[in-house]
Design a protein around this ligand. Structure first.
Ligand SMILES: *[C@@H]1O[C@H](CO)[C@@H](O)[C@H](O)[C@H]1NC(C)=O
Ligand SMILES: *[C@@H]1O[C@H](CO)[C@@H](O)[C@H](O)[C@H]1NC(C)=O
Ligand SMILES: *[C@@H]1O[C@H](CO)[C@@H](O)[C@H](O)[C@H]1NC(C)=O
Length: 540
């Protein structure tokens, strides 16, 4: 019998041979080359403009979480941002293309949004006063946040027909606003142009040709206003849903070195009232579908704008403010962590989660500011997963998903394991491809050694089997009471809760001898750090 077929049959029958609901998996991490690189500060969260009157499905989940009314002095807010040291924050959202900046000659008073029939998204124009901008910057400075600000890209255009806007962008108010920002010494890492105006648009759309001309204008404003500054901000665009032709045209029309980051939005779980969100999140086929978007954007950039990079500017999973049943629960981390893993493989530099606070999908609860489970998953990712993305080969069930990165700022490798199975324990043997190449002459086809290794469940992370003194760090996340719909997440069995002073708790791993397989419980997420994993590309 063909060796491959033998191997296939062995793996196929394995779960039945060993025990029901327990499965051995071999994960081979290729530590010899990175396949992609993220920014050092990949995790990002958004602040949005939605006022309290923003409602969906008979609920109004924004409360006081708007950029214009959020309690910036709430002690948990600063602590939650500071814990990342630093967190990327993107300021933007649907109403950003109706925001005036209360600076210079505005010609009218600077007022907040009000509900308005026939207004874009049902609201009037709004305005950011410079007093509020000062307060926001004092929070950003205090917490070390790295700020992206989304500019109004509809200013000065005419509504030409249903959903379509034409004419050129009037940059005079944006110019004055950026000038004010520079004069105050406020650090803005990146200026983003427009929100969901690309392709078919959401509330409004602008054609790519016009948009390309306008980003050239914005670039020259930035060059002029930052002429004397030592650090130059990035220009991001278009902050919309990826449509290949439109994105390609924007790159072609704007030309080399104008748009630094091509931003796009991800809402692949359906509307916030979709009854199938939970089952979509636990369906590996469903989760993988969106990989095409990341792949196609990467190809578009390689072909039409190799000077630029991909960046997820806003991603909430479920749209219209998220799902009250799922978006703030542990279950949502299966979607979120899988997204971070998948997008990094396609060379995405940053991934902005909608929202830091607000709606049902806040990393912090909109009313209490208490962190939701996704906050802690994001924090673990930020602390453990470095820039270098490694490829992995995995045998066995599609319900176990795995991603590997160089360890953050230290030697070694960090692996993210996501167990989507409701009833199967996985026993994961992590191996270094160096071993596979040396011991088995390349590939896993020489099944003798492979099966031998699998049976012995030995974790090989270097040229030799590690002795028991080499400890790895494991961080296992599960829902409270094994309930994936719990709003409390456990780290290695202990609930993650703010301590008495409202501080973010420390996130401690358990230390495990390096030569045993990693056990991943049903419906759990594990970060595993191998400090001694030989991966030269990771500086170890
Ligand atoms: C842009 O807006 C400013 C301020 O509202 C106005 O004074 C100016 O005439 C406008 N520019 C163009 C080209 O329409
Ligand atoms: C840059 O510095 C020069 C000389 O100090 C000054 O005249 C000019 O106004 C500055 N430009 C900006 C945009 O601040
Ligand atoms: C995933 O969970 C299932 C069932 O809940 C379990 O049988 C399986 O061993 C787990 N996988 C890993 C890798 O632990």
């Amino acid at each position: 019998m063909d060796l491959c077929l033998q191997l296939f049959l062995f793996l196929y029958l394995l779960p039945g041979i060993i025990a029901q609901n327990s499965e051995d998996v071999t994960l081979i991490v290729r530590g010899s080359a990175t396949i992609a690189e993220t920014d050092d500060n990949f995790v990002c969260a958004t602040l949005d403009w939605w006022p309290p009157e923003k409602c969906n499905y008979n609920q109004c989940p924004w409360g006081q979480a708007s950029i214009l009314n959020l309690d910036l002095n709430h002690p948990i807010l600063a602590k939650a941002i500071q814990a990342f040291g630093p967190l990327r924050i993107r300021v933007g959202g649907s109403l950003q293309d109706q925001v005036d900046y209360g600076v210079g000659d505005l010609g009218h008073p600077c007022l907040p949004f009000t509900k308005m029939q026939g207004g874009l998204f049902g609201f009037s124009k709004g305005c950011l006063s410079m007093a509020r901008w000062d307060e926001l910057n004092s929070l950003f400075l205090k917490t070390g946040a790295i700020v992206t600000f989304g500019l109004n890209a509809l200013k000065g255009r005419n509504h030409v027909r249903k959903g379509v806007w034409g004419g050129s962008w009037n940059h005079s108010n944006a110019h004055d606003f950026i000038e004010y920002t520079v004069s105050k010494g406020y650090r803005v890492d990146s200026w983003e142009f427009g929100n969901e105006l690309s392709g078919h648009g959401i509330g409004a759309s602008v054609d790519a040709e016009q948009y390309g001309k306008d980003v050239i204008a914005l670039k020259s404003i930035l060059s002029e206003l930052y002429k004397n500054s030592s650090s130059k901000p990035l220009l991001l665009a278009p902050g919309g849903f990826f449509e290949q032709e439109w994105y390609a045209q924007l790159l072609q029309v704007s030309g080399a070195e104008v748009v630094n980051g091509m931003t796009h939005h991800i809402y692949n779980l359906g509307g916030g009232d979709d009854p199938h969100i939970a089952s979509k999140i636990l369906d590996p086929k469903y989760l993988s579908r969106i990989a095409d978007t990341f792949r196609n954007l990467q190809l578009t950039i390689q072909r039409h704008g190799p000077w630029s990079f991909a960046w997820v500017g806003e991603a909430g999973g479920a749209y219209n403010s998220g799902s009250r049943q799922v978006s703030n629960k542990f279950l949502n981390s299966f979607w979120y962590m899988d997204q971070l893993g998948m997008s990094s493989k396609y060379d995405t530099k940053a991934y902005c989660r909608q929202a830091l606070i607000g709606g049902n999908y806040g990393l912090l609860d909109t009313k209490t500011f208490v962190p939701n489970p996704d906050y802690y998953s994001a924090l673990l990712w930020h602390r453990l997963m470095g820039k270098g993305v490694l490829s992995v080969d995995i045998s066995g069930s599609p319900y176990l998903r795995a991603y590997a990165h160089c360890r953050k700022r230290k030697a070694g490798v960090s692996v993210l394991l996501i167990n989507l199975s409701k009833s199967t324990w996985f026993s994961v043997t992590v191996r270094n491809d160096i071993n596979v190449n040396i011991a088995e002459g390349g590939g896993i086809h020489k099944d003798g050694n492979f099966i031998h290794g699998l049976k012995r469940s030995v974790s090989w992370v270097g040229r030799k089997i590690l002795d028991g003194s080499a400890k790895r760090e494991e961080y296992h996340l599960t829902g409270k009471d094994s309930n994936p719909l719990s709003q409390t997440v456990l780290l290695n069995g202990t609930p993650l809760e703010l301590n008495r002073d409202g501080d973010i708790p420390s996130l401690h791993p358990i230390l495990v001898a390096g030569d045993s397989p990693v056990s991943v419980a049903p419906l759990s997420i594990a970060f595993v750090v191998f400090p001694n994993f030989e991966a030269h590309v990771c500086g170890s």
